[in-house]
Design a protein around this ligand. Structure first.
Ligand code: A3P
Length: 330
């Protein structure tokens, strides 16, 4: 019988925002900054805009993080479906130890963020204690870090760890971000949010530059970077899950096929299942964001209910301009 969640051989790592030290404050003071909303200023680093907590995580990561051989990095722009893919990768990699149809599956009692932490919100002293597989072979870590700022020890070809990048139609991404800001009481209008988003203030934005960085890398080094899309995960979940399993070196076997494990993982990680769980509807992450704010509608094309025609055209136009040269369309 598989272990119950309370007996997980690996402990979920709680996110934690470490206090800023003088070194980080000195680093911040040398960066271009803009006050984008009342709550915090944004700082520009290596071409991308961050709020201080996120940048602090990247600063720490660049200084202290050491990857392990089998590490998996899930990279996204905020509000691209990170929570969903965290659940999918966790369920996929641990499918033998935790059968996805089990009533004791860890994803029924822990949020995907507890099981797969954000690197940015882990205290560097705890990097080594992240472990999200019972046999301790794999670490799955999420980050919003653009490619240019990921430590070389992760991106190097010499390092066998893998990067999965998930992108989303920027129109839905923006709408999701706007609702998230509302839910977490950032007190900002749709129009102001839109202007900021287009200028690149979206959490490790400009989102277009982040996406194109990983897109190019996935073409150059397909063994290293897998480029996924939220819309494709919605439209062809079986195919995308198998693609992911293959890339991560845990392909779906004939035996897996027969056991129905693919559909079981998809159901376990689906918006319907996850958004109804008590654990995902109560409490906050330590960084202060409510767990429930990571689940809203989970559909493709919701932008049609929120954006004006002008806003949608402007986002399409920027997307076209930024991606045309790379043969990328989203
Ligand atoms: P919407 O606001 O459009 O509903 P992130 O996890 O990167 O913060 O992204 C959050 C977005 O992903 C939200 O989009 C949320 O509803 C959606 N989401 C969360 N869990 C999901 C799931 N299991 N399946 C599909 N979408 C999901």
């Amino acid at each position: 019988m598989e272990p119950k969640t309370s007996q997980l051989p690996h402990k979920p790592v709680e996110d934690e925002t470490p206090l800023y030290n003088q070194e980080f404050l000195d680093f911040l003071s040398g960066l271009p900054k803009e006050r984008v909303i009342e709550k915090f200023e944004s700082y520009q680093y290596q071409g991308f805009w961050y709020n201080p907590p996120l940048l602090h995580g990247i600063f720490n990561m660049q200084k202290h993080f050491q990857p392990c051989e089998n590490d998996i990095f899930l990279v996204t722009a905020p509000k691209s479906g990170t929570t969903w893919l965290k659940a999918m990768i966790y369920a996929l990699m641990n499918r033998k130890a935790y059968p996805p149809q089990s009533p004791h599956h860890p994803l029924l009692n822990n949020t995907p963020h507890q099981l797969v932490p954000f690197l940015e919100f882990i205290n560097p002293s705890k990097y080594g204690s992240v472990c999200n597989s019972p046999d301790r072979t794999t670490r799955i870590l999420a980050t919003h870090c653009p490619l240019i700022s990921l430590p070389k020890s992760i991106t190097d070809d010499a390092s066998p760890c893998k990067i999965v990048y998930l992108c989303r139609d920027v129109k839905d991404n923006f709408v999701s971000l706007f609702h998230f800001a509302q839910k977490n009481q950032w007190h900002i209008s749709l129009e102001d949010s839109f202007e900021l988003y287009c200028k690149g203030f979206s959490g490790a934005g400009p989102v277009w530059d982040q996406i194109s960085g990983y897109w190019k890398e996935s073409l150059d080094r397909p063994h290293k970077v897998l480029f996924m899309r939220y819309e494709e995960m919605q439209n062809e979940p079986q195919f995308q899950l198998k693609r992911l399993a293959h890339f991560l070196g845990k392909p779906i076997s004939e035996e897996d096929e027969k056991s129905g494990v693919v559909d079981q993982i998809i159901n376990l990680c689906s918006f319907d299942t996850q958004s109804r769980l008590k654990v995902n509807n109560t409490g906050d992450l330590v960084c202060g964001l409510s767990n429930s704010s990571f689940f809203r509608k989970g559909v493709v094309g919701d932008w049609k209910n929120r954006l004006t025609i002008d806003m949608a055209s402007k986002l399409d136009q920027i997307t076209e301009e930024k991606f045309h040269a790379f043969g990328l369309s989203i």
